[in-house]
Structures are given as structure tokens and as C-alpha cells.
Design a protein around this ligand. Structure first.
Ligand code: GAL
Length: 369
């Protein structure tokens, strides 16, 4: 009898503990098995593989369950990924859209289930269904690229080749807006001469471009974020121009993947005597290019900070707290509460300090440092 009592109370305690654990779990993880779903655009670009790794590093000891899925450059796959995560019961979705407008359908489906949506690095546009945005200062990225060319080009009438990101990515506009804000006065005063965009040439006296005006320029010089597109465009441009648009030239390249492709084309043209070329993301291959003098600069965006900010917001939501934001971005439908991070310009002079001494990369990953 005594024994049965003991067993019964033990069972009761066990049941209580199980119930408490379940309650804990649901406050941390909602009703399903995954609390935070993460959707990144493509594994084909080192930038996003880097983000995946930084998420994994940050989540190693987390009590929250997360799952990371890649969309491989397809908005359809992205929607499928979001649906998969919704079915796993996520409470928070962290997503970098492949295409800012097209992602609306996916996040609207998430919103319907009461999921909090955090846009990660790229804004999701023209929908109410995005709650937060964690981002780098993208206008500052473009301005830093433009300013680097201004500070390092010599003389006047310097041929300037413009390249931009994908028009489906809101960031491509922000980067170009920043670059144009500093380059335009220097184009207008004759320091630079646009070599590859009649639309930009026609707008050279316009300091602030509308989205439509930018779209026209982007339409001519987009790389679609694809190194192959970038390479083909650069080849076409160099074939089209005369010797007056060669010699010592400047190239605005939007990110590292396209910068390396464009740099290789410019390096192999006998009539190009020297070129400055910008970049962005501090990809390892581009850091090696910077060390080797094959790419002039890159804009270092410390992904660790972006991951911390995104997960910070996610955990606040899971804990029932209100996340702290620092500003907002207009996505065409609403002002999205945002947390923004600064960027750092890296060239051969400070590569050691910013990327190695800061423990972002290891010296052994490069040669010639
Ligand atoms: C942008 C992003 C950049 C770059 C590019 C291509 O949205 O901010 O870091 O990598 O996409 O994926």
C-alpha cells in the first residue's frame, strides 16, 4: 500500500514536471518544434553562406530551436520554405527575400498564422506583413564606394564604369543612391566621365534621383548580383568604348562577387592601364584580391552584429518583450521598425586591423598579408 502511494506521488511529481517543462517549451518555442525559422536567399554567394555560419555560431548554445533554409535564387522555393517553417510551428520568421516585392506573399501567409516577421538585410517591400528590419546602413555602403573612387582617382575626365545589383533587391537602390550622392557632383564638374550608361549620363546634373530614374540606370548596368552577368556586361562595355574611355579608369562595382568578375575583365584589357574597383561584403576571395592589389576596396559588413540583432529581436518576441529599434524604413506600405548597423571601409592599409585583429577571419586563410 505504502509502495503504491510512493509510486503514485512519484508519478504525480513526474507529471507536474512534464507539464512545467511543456509550459516552458511553449513560451520558448510556441506550439511546434521550431521556434525561429530562418530563410536565406542563396548558397551560390559566399555572403549568405557566411550568414548561415554566423547564425550557427550564435545559436550553438541557444535554448531556442531554429532551422535555416535556402531559397536558391527562387521566390517560389522561398515561399515553399516559409510554408514548411509555418507547418513546423515557428513563432518568428527571419527572412532575406530573394525579391523584395515577390516575398510579400510568403510573409503574408506567415502573418496570418500570427508569426512575427523580421526582414534580414533586405527589406520586404509593398506589404504590411513585415514587423522588423535588421540592416546595415546601405546608403552609407554606396557612399563609401563612391567616396573611395573620388579619393583615389587622379586627374579629370576619368572614365567611370557603373555597375549595380539586382533591381528586385531594394538594397541595390540604396547602394546606388549613396554612391550617386557623392559621385554626381564629381561627374557634373568633369572629374569623372560616365563610360557605360547613357541613362546616367542624361541625368548627370540631377543630384537626387527618383526611384524611376534610378530604375532606368539600373536597367542598363545591373549585374543581377551575378558574377557571370557582371563579366559579360564588362566585356560588352569595354568592347564598345574607344581608347578615350580606357587608360586609368574607375569602376563602381556593387559587391565582391561582381567586383572580382569585373576586375578580371578590366585586368585583361591591354588598353586599361590601371583601374580602381569597389566591392562589398569582405568575402574571403575578395580579401585575397585586396591583399594582392586586384580589388581596391571592400565594404566590411560585420554579419555577427546583424545576426545578434536579428536573434535579439526574435528572443524578445519569444519572451513577450518589445524589441528596441533605432529608426524605420518605408517599404512602400508602412514604416518598418528597423535596427541599423554601421559599415567599415577596408583596403590594403587596414585589412589586417579590421578583419584579422578583430578575429573575423584568421590570418592563415590568406597569403601575403
Ligand atoms: C545585398 C546584400 C549584399 C550583397 C548582395 C548580393 O542585398 O546587402 O551584401 O551580398 O545582396 O547578394
Amino acid at each position: 500500500m505504502k509502495k503504491t502511494m510512493k509510486a503514485a506521488s512519484l508519478l504525480l511529481v513526474l507529471m507536474l514536471v512534464t507539464a512545467m517543462l511543456a509550459a516552458c517549451n511553449s513560451s520558448a518555442g510556441g506550439s511546434g518544434s521550431v521556434s525561429v525559422g530562418i530563410v536565406l536567399p542563396t548558397k551560390d554567394e559566399p555572403r549568405w553562406v557566411q550568414d548561415e555560419q554566423r547564425f550557427k555560431d550564435a545559436l550553438k548554445d541557444s535554448e531556442y530551436t531554429t532551422e535555416i533554409l535556402f531559397s536558391q535564387g527562387s521566390s517560389a522555393k522561398e515561399k515553399e520554405n516559409v510554408d514548411t517553417l509555418i507547418n513546423k510551428g515557428i513563432d518568428v520568421l527571419i527572412i532575406t527575400p530573394q525579391d523584395g516585392d515577390a516575398a510579400a506573399a510568403a510573409v503574408e501567409a506567415a502573418k496570418k498564422e500570427g508569426i512575427t516577421v523580421i526582414a534580414y538585410d533586405r527589406l520586404i517591400t509593398n506589404t504590411e506583413a513585415v514587423d522588423y528590419y535588421v540592416t546595415f546602413d546601405s546608403v552609407a555602403v554606396g557612399a563609401a564606394q563612391g567616396q573611395y573612387l573620388i579619393d583615389n582617382a587622379q586627374g579629370t575626365g576619368v572614365p567611370l564604369y557603373l555597375y549595380v545589383g539586382a533591381a528586385s533587391d531594394n538594397n541595390a537602390f540604396l547602394f546606388f543612391e549613396g554612391a550617386w550622392s557623392v559621385l554626381q557632383p564629381k561627374i557634373a564638374d568633369g572629374t569623372f566621365k560616365i563610360a557605360n550608361s547613357s541613362e546616367a549620363e542624361a541625368l548627370k546634373d540631377t543630384a537626387e534621383l527618383t526611384r524611376d530614374q534610378m530604375s532606368k540606370i539600373l536597367g542598363q548596368v545591373t549585374t543581377n548580383w551575378d558574377p557571370n552577368d557582371a563579366k559579360n556586361k564588362a566585356q560588352t562595355h569595354l568592347t564598345a568604348v574607344g581608347a578615350d574611355l580606357k587608360g586609368d579608369v574607375s569602376v563602381l562595382a556593387p559587391n565582391d562577387g561582381t567586383a572580382r568578375a569585373i576586375a578580371d575583365v578590366f585586368a585583361s584589357d591591354g588598353e586599361v592601364t590601371s583601374f580602381l574597383v569597389t566591392g562589398q561584403d569582405a568575402e574571403k576571395a575578395s580579401i585575397q584580391y585586396v591583399i594582392d592589389g586586384k580589388q581596391s576596396m571592400t565594404v566590411f559588413k560585420d554579419v555577427r552584429t546583424l545576426v545578434t540583432d536579428a536573434m535579439g529581436i526574435a528572443v524578445d518576441i519569444l519572451d513577450g518583450k518589445t524589441p528596441v529599434t533605432t529608426g524605420s524604413y518605408d517599404n512602400g506600405k508602412k514604416e518598418v521598425q528597423a535596427k541599423q548597423t554601421n559599415v567599415i571601409v577596408v583596403d590594403e592599409d587596414n585589412v589586417q586591423k579590421e578583419l584579422i585583429d578583430s578575429d573575423y577571419y584568421e590570418a592563415s586563410e590568406f597569403t601575403g598579408l
